[in-house]
Design a protein. Structure first.
Length: 403
């Protein structure tokens, strides 16, 4: 145990004191027991990782050029990896050069770099309400004033965005337009065009966070906001390998206009110098020799079956009068219980029945909806999902399972 002195140490910085921990990360510790069926964390199914292919890529990199793979690297990132990401972006209709990109330690670092380079304390950031939890943490650390923008079943409301932007004079809009976390909603092309127009007219940056769009298993892809008129010179697009390969790699990327990109490179130099050299080289090798799209098709098919198992079982698991959506991809279903039900208050009973979910309230930057819950369908098999829904039904009824 550390000794304490009679003279107190200086206090923590205000940003550390005002920023709370993530309820999702804390909940993951409670659900680590193997008997728990968890709809809580957005954890990709480990059985679907291409562990053999990734291991082979690491082996090839270490065999071919171990000195380079184990050495310091550039802050911008591995040229081969950036070229591969640029090619995939171009194939999806967004013209991108390798030099338009920075490799980050997970896309979350990309968002932290954007907050560090764009935001002064007191600057206004607009967010979808509800919003990705870690983004709220990042903006709190930056000292920003977070203002929620209303959403409906189709996602962010562009008319409300325009009205709030005119009143609040924000510097940045943060949005997850495809299979949003936590709601699973996707903005239509029409709404994306409207968001781009509002951003251009009101003079704000857009942080477009896109970790989920390659997990689409129904419907047609929707173009990135970054490609719509008015958004091209003011959008930072964030991507990730966590959902398409493996989150343990901690690899993401940031595509941004030149001046902002350069500022983010300097911020990254001050943060971690560069992302892991060997991880970047291995993923670049993996992309060069493996058909990632074929792998993703297997993942999407499995996730479609899991989505169906969850959504089709909710009517029996949740109380009468509950509502939920049926996302066309991604990882999450957003459900609301009937009036008078508090998802946070009900969670301990669910945990006693070895099933978990995430209450929706912490995701709100504005007044929370106590009845909301986020349910992830990707981690467990369809049979496990059905068992978990049986447990959840019992927990929400406060009774015992009928034999």
């Amino acid at each position: 145990m550390l000794k304490t002195s009679s003279t107190p140490v200086p206090p923590l910085a205000a940003r550390a004191a005002r920023t709370g921990s993530s309820p999702v990360r804390e909940l993951l510790a409670l659900t680590a027991r193997p008997e728990v069926i968890s709809f809580a964390g957005g954890l990709p199914a480990p059985a679907l990782f291409d562990a053999a292919g990734i291991a082979d890529a690491f082996a090839q990199v270490l065999s071919a050029d171990p000195h380079r793979a184990l050495q310091y690297s550039t802050s911008e990132g591995d040229p081969a990896l950036r070229a591969a990401v640029a090619a995939r972006a171009g194939g999806r209709g967004l013209a991108t050069d390798a030099d338009d990109l920075i490799v980050t330690t997970g896309s979350q670092q990309g968002l932290s770099l954007l907050a560090g380079t764009l935001l002064e304390p007191g600057d206004v950031v607009l967010v979808e309400d509800p919003c990705y939890l870690a983004a709220l943490q990042i903006f709190s650390f930056a000292g920003a004033r977070v203002v929620p923008v209303p959403t409906d079943d189709e996602g962010l409301d562009p008319a409300a965005l325009d009205e709030i932007a005119a009143r609040e004079h924000p510097k940045l809009l943060y949005v997850v337009p495809t299979f949003q976390n936590p709601t699973g909603r996707t903005l239509s092309a029409e709404r994306r065009a409207a968001v781009a127009e509002v951003a251009a007219r009101r003079g704000l940056w857009i942080a477009e966070d896109d970790p989920y769009s390659e997990l689409r298993f129904e419907g047609e892809p929707v173009p990135w906001i970054a490609g719509f008129p008015g958004a091209e010179d003011r959008t930072a697009l964030l991507g990730s390998f966590s959902k398409v390969m493996a989150p343990g790699l901690r690899l993401g990327w940031l595509r941004a206009p030149a001046a902002l990109r350069r500022a983010c490179v300097i911020a990254k130099q001050a943060t971690d110098l560069h992302t892991s050299t060997i991880d970047q080289a291995a993923v670049a090798r993996y992309l060069a020799v493996t058909d990632l799209d074929a792998h993703l098709e297997r993942v999407r098919e499995a996730y479609r079956e899991r989505r169906n198992a969850l959504v089709d079982g909710l009517s029996a698991a949740l109380p009468d009068g509950s509502r939920w959506n049926r996302p066309s991809g991604g990882m999450f279903v957003w459900a609301t219980l009937p009036d008078g039900h508090d998802a946070t208050a009900l969670l301990p009973e669910a945990l006693r029945h070895d099933v978990a979910y995430v209450p929706g309230a912490p995701f709100f930057a504005g007044p929370p909806d106590a009845s909301a819950m986020r349910l992830s369908f990707v981690t467990h098999s369809p049979d496990e999902i059905r068992e978990g829904l049986e447990r959840l039904s019992v927990a929400l009824r406060g009774g015992h399972r009928e034999e």
